[in-house]
Design a protein around this ligand. Structure first.
Ligand SMILES: Cc1cc2nc3c(=O)[nH]c(=O)nc-3n(C[C@H](O)[C@H](O)[C@H](O)COP(=O)(O)OP(=O)(O)OC[C@H]3O[C@@H](n4cnc5c(N)ncnc54)[C@H](O)[C@@H]3O)c2cc1C
Length: 83
């Protein structure tokens, strides 16, 4: 039934593609590439897996890095505690 209303919708990224640089064990890296001793990051706090441009984004990349990265970071933390 009229009247009808419309809005213009366009594609957009709605979150960052990550943050802190990390290695494969989720250890946060300094600018020179060496890891901080006791600083871990995963998920939205860490760099993403989508690359540096918007075309690298795949739906699921955000939750992937949160869930898998969280598990990896937990393993790394466990190793730190037991070391
Ligand atoms: C609208 C929207 C749609 C999305 N859709 C998808 C999708 O379809 N697929 C996909 O893979 N990803 C999607 N994402 C991205 C995905 O949600 C995130 O990448 C993911 O939730 C990151 O998880 P995280 O645990 O790292 O961070 P978060 O989920 O942001 O969790 C961080 C938590 O820390 C809490 N917190 C913050 N500061 C403090 C503090 N000082 N003390 C205690 N707690 C604190 C926050 O309240 C929050 O609960 C979407 C994101 C948005 C915004």
């Amino acid at each position: 039934m009229p009247p009808y209303y419309a809005i213009k919708v366009t594609g957009a990224l709605f979150h960052t593609q990550g943050g802190l640089d990390i290695d494969a064990r989720c250890r946060v890296l300094r600018a020179d590439g060496t890891p901080f001793a006791n600083l871990l990051a995963a998920g939205g706090a860490a760099r993403g897996v989508s690359g540096n441009a918007v075309w690298g984004y795949l739906s699921g990349n955000g939750l992937l890095s949160a869930v898998a990265g969280g598990a990896i970071a937990a393993e790394t933390a466990k190793g730190m505690v037991n070391a």
